[in-house]
Design a protein around this ligand. Structure first.
Ligand SMILES: NC(=O)c1ccc[n+]([C@@H]2O[C@H](COP(=O)([O-])OP(=O)(O)OC[C@H]3O[C@@H](n4cnc5c(N)ncnc54)[C@H](OP(=O)(O)O)[C@@H]3O)[C@@H](O)[C@H]2O)c1
Length: 211
């Protein structure tokens, strides 16, 4: 069944920036589908339909986009908002931890983008809005993994925009600065902490999030 209103799919809409973005799309007159990894038991904002999605999973990304197309007939806007922070000096984050953060912040964006593009191309229209960060264009010690993921989606998004605009699809970046959400609480902590960095990390944490 095709929706009569334009359809927006917002990832990571269970909290923070994604939840507010979902609300804003409702106000703007969109049919809004918001996602989180486990939405059963959560109350969505008025006008938002919740859907389970783990952007770290190929199958989950494909299934979620398929379900939106089946239920609503189209996707006009994808907001790739789902993401996580990282804390710690570079030496304190294992390679496995780096891979898991990239799997959400970078490959999650790539998975969702690849899943919606065929539909947007067929429609001849669409917008993909990628939530980057000011840290997508500046350095930040003790957050290098996060910063690297956001720099990666900057280059990906700006390149892709040139590939798909002739099909009516545009790719945009949003670069929020520090915003009070659950981001800090949900950030990955160093999995191989070194006492050498403890004091500098503490000072950074206090200045950044509680200062
Ligand atoms: N807060 C800031 O200062 C700030 C600044 C610049 C940019 N940003 C960016 O803004 C975006 C939203 O962050 P936020 O501040 O709103 O943080 P948040 O409150 O922690 O929200 C993160 C959202 O991402 C979802 N998420 C996390 N891992 C996921 C996964 N594997 N699959 C699907 N969804 C996942 C979470 O949903 P579930 O846990 O329910 O799955 C949640 O809805 C992120 O991309 C972040 O990098 C934030």
């Amino acid at each position: 069944m095709a929706a009569t209103r334009p359809v927006a799919l917002v990832t990571g809409a269970s909290s923070g920036i994604g939840k507010e973005t979902a609300r804003a799309f409702v106000t703007a007159g969109f049919e809004v589908i918001g996602t989180g990894r486990k939405t059963s038991g959560l109350t969505p904002p008025a006008g938002v339909t919740y859907l389970d999605l783990d952007v770290a999973s190929d199958d989950s990304a494909t299934a979620a986009v398929g379900e939106v197309i089946e239920q609503f007939g189209r996707i006009d806007v994808l907001v790739n908002n789902a993401g996580m922070g990282s804390a710690g000096a570079v030496e304190e984050n294992s390679l496995a931890q780096a891979q898991s953060i990239f799997n959400v912040n970078v490959f999650g964006v790539i998975r969702m983008t690849k899943a919606v593009l065929p539909h947007m191309r067929a429609q001849g229209s669409g917008r993909i809005i990628n939530i980057s960060s000011v840290l997508g264009i500046t350095p930040q010690p003790f957050m290098a993994l996060y910063v690297a993921t956001k720099h990666a989606i900057e280059g990906y998004s700006e390149s892709l925009d040139h590939e798909v605009r002739e099909h009516g699809v545009r790719v945009l970046l949003v670069q929020p600065a520090l915003t009070k959400t659950d981001f800090d609480a949900n950030a990955a902590r160093p999995d191989t902490p070194l006492p050498l960095y403890a004091e500098r990390r503490r000072v950074f944490d206090e200045g950044m999030w509680r200062g």
